[in-house]
Design a binder for this molecule. Structure first.
Ligand SMILES: [Zn+2]
Length: 490
């Protein structure tokens, strides 16, 4: 098999999702110290003729998520036309945001089609499926719960598929196998249908993908498809149409606030952010899940987690959440749709650009919260005082951005430091742009101009990189944009 291509594909996939880390917010110590951001037993199964998923056309890939109520097991059936070459690659559920074990959740992967074989490749996340040219293929596997998928606020396990006797919560990237032909074409468009089977009518499968009648439909790039969410069980569902698009919330558990209050907050945040970016879209849908984490022993401790996904984000909070926890979480995760999501593909994958996605998201989260009266000037100032103090006292103070990026998920403190540094850079550049333009322009104008340019160029857009941002800061009058960047981000 081709060595380079599937590897490239997997690296490419990392770009689609923005995994934020959780930070326990100890309310006793400090209400606002939140840098959240952000995410066996297998049975032998029998496949009868009745299990084959619906016909392929007109979709390239047909998924069916099947719930077996008796044993509370979940199966995934995939139907597609194999490659003309007689070999189709299968990308297994991939690493996401520090979770690297997702592929171990696949059990009993079987091809139900005649004369087909599945073989491993040197890449543990890619299998090769051998078949007759253009053959119709049926795959089936069971998805099982992994030990490290968890709702504990002390462990990061929310980016893996979560199962419980009452519900399931699956990010596409860590639950679905993706058949692909050739990764030499990264811009290949996928037409995909996802159907459900066996779910109780009162608790249907829901997804961040657009619903078309009794199935979900997706048209676009593979990594956007995998940046989807699937939930079922005792989620309550709220939806509203706005001038910008539809907004949906899947929420479960008991909270100190009514669903209505929580959903209203989400709608307000959604509108605020669309006004902020001035994009005037009418199909700018947003889909959000909110799931309770387990309680801390100390009831004064609030933890939260979030991860930005394609036109959606997932959020988790301990049941004792405060109004400010949910306000912050929705605003921060919402900003990831743009920062970095809409600024084009990243030149460097992994966490190297996290100072931008995280730091700038926090900067505008605070700004918008101040503008809309959610926080006071005093509270706003405190975030910056804390960030400065945090940087000064960090044991990783001398680490470069590359070093922090490499150990983003493993070295305690690197996430905080990246957030703080990005926040400080945003503040510096913003101040300077305002100064040189006599308050006629700000960092926001620079970001919107860059966003518009990237969108206009579309496929010819430059990769999102530090250099691109520095160049644009200079265009908006920041004299020593590179030096400031080197000094703060390192
Ligand atoms: Zn984040």
């Amino acid at each position: 098999m081709s060595d380079l291509i599937p590897l490239k594909m997997i690296i490419y996939f990392f770009n689609g999702t923005y995994a934020c880390n959780n930070l326990t917010n100890n309310l006793k110590i400090d209400m606002n110290k939140i840098i959240l951001c952000f995410l066996y037993i297998s049975l032998i199964f029998n496949v009868s003729a009745g299990d084959v998923p619906p016909e392929t056309p007109p979709f390239k890939l047909n998924y069916e998520i099947e719930y077996e109520a008796k044993n509370k097991h979940y199966f995934i059936n995939i139907h597609f036309k194999g490659n003309t070459t007689g070999k189709t690659f299968l990308l297994l559920p991939s690493s996401w945001g520090g979770s690297t074990t997702a592929h171990l959740g696949i059990k009993q992967l079987t091809s139900l089609s005649d004369n087909t074989t599945i073989e491993t490749t040197e890449n543990k996340l890619v299998y090769a499926l051998n078949h007759a040219p253009d053959q119709s293929i049926y795959l089936r596997y069971q998805l099982i719960k992994l030990k490290n998928s968890s709702l504990s606020p002390l462990v990061v396990g929310t980016r893996l598929p979560i199962f419980d006797s009452k519900f399931m919560h699956w990010p596409g990237i860590t639950s679905l196998i993706l058949p692909f032909n050739s990764m030499s074409d990264e811009n290949e468009k996928f037409t995909i249908a996802v159907r459900s089977k066996g779910f109780p009518e009162s608790q249907p499968l829901r997804s961040s993908l657009p619903a078309k009648g009794d199935y979900f439909e997706f048209n676009g790039a593979a990594e956007d498809f995998l940046s989807s969410l699937f939930v079922a069980g005792d989620y309550r569902f709220h939806q509203e149409s706005t001038q910008y698009g539809n907004i949906s919330l899947a929420i479960r558990g008991q909270w100190p606030f009514s669903d209505k209050l929580i959903f209203d907050r989400l709608v307000i945040t959604y509108k605020q952010q669309r006004e902020f970016w001035q994009q005037n879209l009418t199909d700018d849908d947003l889909w959000v899940s909110l799931t309770p984490l387990e309680k801390h022993q100390d009831d004064n401790v609030v933890s939260s987690r979030g991860s930005g996904l394609y036109k959606s984000f997932q959020t988790f909070l301990t049941p004792n959440m405060k109004q400010e926890s949910i306000n912050f979480l929705f605003m921060h995760e919402g900003f990831h749709h743009w920062l970095p999501g809409q600024f084009g593909e990243q030149e460097t994958h992994g966490q190297k650009m996290s100072w931008f996605g995280e730091g700038f998201s926090n900067y505008y989260t605070y700004k918008l919260q101040l503008e809309s009266g959610q926080i006071s000037q005093g509270e706003f100032d405190k975030f910056f005082i804390q960030a400065k103090a945090g940087i000064k006292t960090s044991p990783l103070l001398k680490w470069t951005n590359n070093e922090l990026a490499q150990k983003f998920f493993t070295e305690l403190g690197s996430i905080d430091l990246i957030h703080w540094r990005g926040l400080m850079l945003a503040e510096e550049w913003d101040k300077e742009i305002q100064q040189v333009s006599n308050n006629k322009q700000s960092l926001k104008d620079m970001l919107i101009a860059l966003l518009n340019q990237q969108r206009l160029l579309n496929k010819d857009a430059e990769y999102l990189s530090a250099e691109l941002l520095i160049t644009h800061a200079e265009k908006f009058g920041v004299k020593n944009a590179k030096q400031t960047f080197d000094m703060i981000i390192k």
